[in-house]
Each structure stands twice: as C-alpha cells, then as structure tokens.
Design a protein around this ligand. Structure first.
Ligand code: SF4
Length: 433
C-alpha cells in the first residue's frame, strides 16, 4: 500500500513540474512515507526524520513532508508538536495535503504556470502517470481498491491509522488500470487490508469477483492479483472467479496468524483453526494448481509453548507455499497493548520464529523441487546480479541468464535448479514474445 501511495505522490509532484533526485541536499521537496506496523519500521522512520533535520535547518526552503501511518487519518496534534521542523503532514493514501501545501506556496516560482494548469488533473486516476523513475522498467503496479479496515484485530494498528474501511469507486479503479495499461503495465495487484470485502460497504459497487471480471476485460492487462484476503470473507463466488478467469493468477494470500483457537480468540480474528483448515481445503479443491501464502505472528501475549506448537502443526499439515512471519510487537493504542502483557521474551519469540522459518524452508524447498523439469511462464522484471529475475503465476521467483532485455516479457522457462526461495531455469522456446 505504501509503494502505491508513494507512486501516486511522485506522479502528482511530476505533474507540478518536479523531477526525482537521488541527492537529498538538491531536493526541493522531501516526503517520508511511514509505516508503523512493527516497532522496527517506526524506529527506522524516526531515525530517518532526525537525519533530515539538519538538512532542513541548513536550507529552510526545502519542503519537508511526513505521510502515512505515523501521521494517521485523524488530525495528529501530538506529532505536529513533536516534529516542528516538518512543514506538512498527510494521512495514509492521501497525499493531497502535500500537493495543496506546495500549490499554496508562493515560492513555487517558475513552476507556477505548470502547477496551476496541472492542478485540476492531479487527482484524476485516468491521468495518473507512473513516476519517471519507474517508466520503462515497471511491468507491474499496485492498485489500492479498499482503503482502511474496520476489523480491529487486537494487535493491529492499521484501523487506528488508516481509518474505517472504504471501497474505491469501481469506475475510478478501471480508469486507473486502463491508464496503467496504456503506459505498458501488464500486471496489476489489487490491494486492500481485507481485499475480499471490496464493495460490501456500498450497495452500488460490484463485489471483488465482479470487479475482477471488469478488470479482466481491459486490453493490455495480462495478470491480475489481489491481496490480502481474510478467512471469513473468501466466498465461493470469488474462488470460482479466480478459477475461471485466466488472467487472474492462482495465488491467494490468506493469513492464519495462529493455529490455536484461544490465541485466535485473543487476537479477535473471528475464526478457528478448523475453519482455516477447511478454507484451505476449499481453496485447493476449487482452484487446481493454486499457491497459498499466510501470515503468522509468534509470541502473541500469553502464547504458551503448546499453543505455539498448534501453529507449527497447522503449517506442517497444510504445507502452505509462502509464510510472512512476524514476532509480536505491541503497538501503542491497540487492544493487546492496552489490555495484555507482552510476556513472551524476545529470546523466546526469536526461537519460535526460527522454528517456523526452518519449517517453511523445508516446505518451500519441497514445493519447488516438484517443479524441476517443468516449463512455466515467467513475467520478467529486472536484471539482478547478472541474471534476469521474474515471477511465475504462483509468485515463484525465477532466474535465467540472457543477453536480451527481458523486462516486461512473458516467456516460457524450463526449471533446471530449485531451492527453497528461488528457482533457476533456461528460456524454453527462444525469445518468442
Ligand atoms: S484485518 Fe488485517 S488490517 Fe484489519 S485489523 Fe486485522 S490485521 Fe489489521
């Protein structure tokens, strides 16, 4: 979501006549887009902000902006007082205060004409361009479709920072994706904290399945992904749509968070281990060849060794393809921070983390080994350390060697080596496409 928000801001700034710079001291505008999902992300943002303070002191004309979860969606007097050297604050997914601040500044000077003529179109989704830095190399884009979340899991800061759930207008989403397609983007990932709840807050909007059908008809779009799902909101209609629409990739991200019912209840997730296992069976039955990703938090307050073992056993049994793993970290203001004791030691959280990590390494290695000798389609993104890298439909990371520029190309790759995190292959049919 933050990548999408930053791109939207960069694109709007370019419309006002600004250009990207790698050198902080040369910048006219610096905006820090912040995340608070874990303590480490917050610490990093604060560290970065304090390193920007001398830059602002040396050149007070620089516009320094702070955006995202550290600001939050409500007026945040506290952060304004704490960071007096920051000129402008913008909530997550809404860079408008930054643009308005710049437009209102008299010293916009020689960019004034450009800025004023661009102003009406700055927010038009059909005219959103990819930031120059991403053009020619971007093949894939994130498209937010649901902002905020109304679920309020006990550990999660997002509803407090991104506000209640709001689905984006479907016409606006279509215009945005058509615009991306006209700029060469062929893969889009639809984003929402609970993406499968798309449209449920507005009777005039389609469901996620209906929206997928509309996006499927857009020329130039070849791959559609969506994340993140919630176990309680994955309907049969949605699963059948993934199965039936060839452009919708067979990869589902549906977090379990824990495999123990008491922990799930304390987390306020709203389902049980049994329900999660049944859902995974239903997904696999409906969509042949699907890959599934999960999120797991270890060391939630009060999590016993036996409860942790339930989570490890769930993963052992279900053998999910991808695990996004986190150690519990209390976020100020959340239910768990206010009412529970963070009583699992850091050392113990790390121990549990490593157990799941090792388990996942083995599961992922086994999944990949089954693909040895297969030919799969890969969308190539960029060259890294001398090899081209891209993703399969199932999100597998695939490397090949080639002297050609493969960016944005869909090519069949014969898999010749597999490991837990990557696969290596050769292009099967020459450079056909
Ligand atoms: S559903 Fe996701 S975003 Fe919403 S509160 Fe729970 S963890 Fe946070």
């Amino acid at each position: 979501m933050n990548v999408a928000d930053s791109q939207r801001l960069a694109s709007s700034l370019e419309k006002l006549g600004y250009a990207h710079s790698e050198i902080i001291e040369e910048a006219d505008v610096i905006v820090l887009n912040t995340c608070m999902v874990r303590q480490s992300a917050e610490d990093k943002a604060l560290g970065r902000l304090s390193s920007l303070k001398p830059v602002k002191t040396k050149n007070p004309d620089i516009i320094l902006g702070l955006m995202g979860c550290m600001v939050g969606y409500k007026d945040n007097e506290e952060i304004r007082k704490k960071l007096p050297y920051v000129d402008v604050f913008a909530p997550p997914s809404d860079p408008k205060p930054i643009i308005d601040y710049i437009l209102a500044k008299e010293y916009i000077g020689d960019r004034a004409d450009e800025a004023l003529s661009a102003a009406p179109s700055v927010w038009d989704p059909a005219s959103l361009t990819l930031p120059k830095n991403d053009r020619n190399r971007a093949v894939s884009a994130f498209v937010p479709i649901v902002y905020g979340c109304s679920h309020a899991c006990a550990y999660c800061i997002i509803p407090y920072k991104r506000g209640r759930e709001r689905s984006r207008d479907p016409q606006e989403i279509i215009a945005h994706i058509e615009s991306l397609a006209s700029q060469g983007i062929s893969e889009v990932t639809l984003l929402g904290q609970i993406v499968d709840r798309y449209g449920l807050d507005n009777p005039e909007y389609p469901t996620l399945a209906g929206l997928l059908r509309r996006i499927h008809a857009i020329e130039g779009i070849r791959r559609i992904r969506f994340l993140t799902s919630h176990p309680n909101w994955m309907t049969d209609e949605l699963l059948e749509t993934v199965r039936d629409l060839p452009k919708v990739m067979r990869h589902i991200e549906v977090p379990a968070q824990s495999g123990n019912d008491a922990v799930l209840k304390a987390m306020r997730r709203g389902y049980t281990d049994r329900a999660y296992r049944d859902l995974i069976a239903r997904i696999r039955e409906t969509i042949p060849g699907v890959s599934i990703g999960t999120d797991i938090i270890v060391g939630f307050p009060g999590e016993t060794e036996a409860q942790f073992e339930d989570t490890a056993n769930q993963l052992r049994d279900l053998k999910l393809d991808v695990v996004h793993l986190a150690r519990y970290s209390p976020r100020t203001g959340t239910l768990s921070e206010r009412t529970m004791t963070d009583d699992v030691s850091e050392a113990e959280k790390w121990r549990r983390f490593r157990i799941i990590e090792a388990l996942q390494e083995k599961i992922a290695a086994d999944h990949h080994a089954k693909r040895l000798g297969e030919t799969i389609e890969v969308l190539f993104e960029e060259k890294k350390r001398g090899r081209w890298v891209g993703r399969s439909e199932n999100m597998d990371l695939v490397y090949v060697e080639s002297d050609e520029n493969l960016t944005g190309r869909y090519l069949p790759v014969k898999i010749e080596w597999t490991g837990p995190w990557t696969m290596i292959g050769t292009i099967a049919d020459g450079l056909g496409e």
